[in-house]
Design a protein around this ligand. Sequence first.
Ligand SMILES: C[S@@+](CC[C@H](N)C(=O)[O-])C[C@H]1O[C@@H](n2cnc3c(N)ncnc32)[C@H](O)[C@@H]1O
Length: 216
Amino acid sequence: MLEKMNDFFNRRVDSYEEHQLNVIEGAREFYPYTASCLPMQDGAEVLDLGCGTGLELGFYFENNPTARITGIDLAADMLDALKHKFSGKGLTTICGSYFDIPFEKECYDAIVSIESLHHFTQEKKTSLYKKVFQALKQDGYFILTDYFAGTDEQECFYRQELLRLKSEQGICDDEFYHYDTPLTKEHELQSLKEAGFSFVDILSEWGATATIKAMK
Ligand SMILES: C[S@@+](CC[C@H](N)C(=O)[O-])C[C@H]1O[C@@H](n2cnc3c(N)ncnc32)[C@H](O)[C@@H]1O
């Protein structure tokens, strides 16, 4: 049965980090790697899209204890766990969808997202990436670590499967349901370029997961 996105993560908050680190290929490497790509200057302003319990932020605060993070997530229980872990740190949380929440313009040194955006279509992502582009300072950048479909056929298959499951279960609202529909890396890069990013590159890969950097 499909579950609404926030319910899915709220229900699994207690086992979330263990699952993430032990089940996803490369996770023990890509979390610290992604954190190492984030800005090191004092008081760096970073926006984390779909921050969850902040696996990436633990590594980042070790590298840069003075960073100032804004974390957005749909799941209130994930955010509660995050706040508990990092009380005393420069952390602001917003409970809601990064598609709906307005971002302040030219505000962030970097924006990061890990393992959150593989649920959405290319069209939705392009409009989100336009917002991301505008929210970055002039020399800011976006770091995306996520997993990707291997082929166009796979990308199409997951999307069709989600539509089939929704129709089978009589779901006709536009809410987010937890079902992975990753894009190919080619489509992800295309989306970022369409949003205005001048330089887009794959920095590293672990199985199906890759880290992409997009410079403003
Ligand atoms: C797999 S977790 C990743 C959490 C964290 N970044 C990490 O890698 O450990 C995906 C997170 O994205 C959040 N999420 C999914 N869609 C979202 C949306 N539209 N807006 C905000 N958060 C979203 C979920 O609630 C969940 O906490």
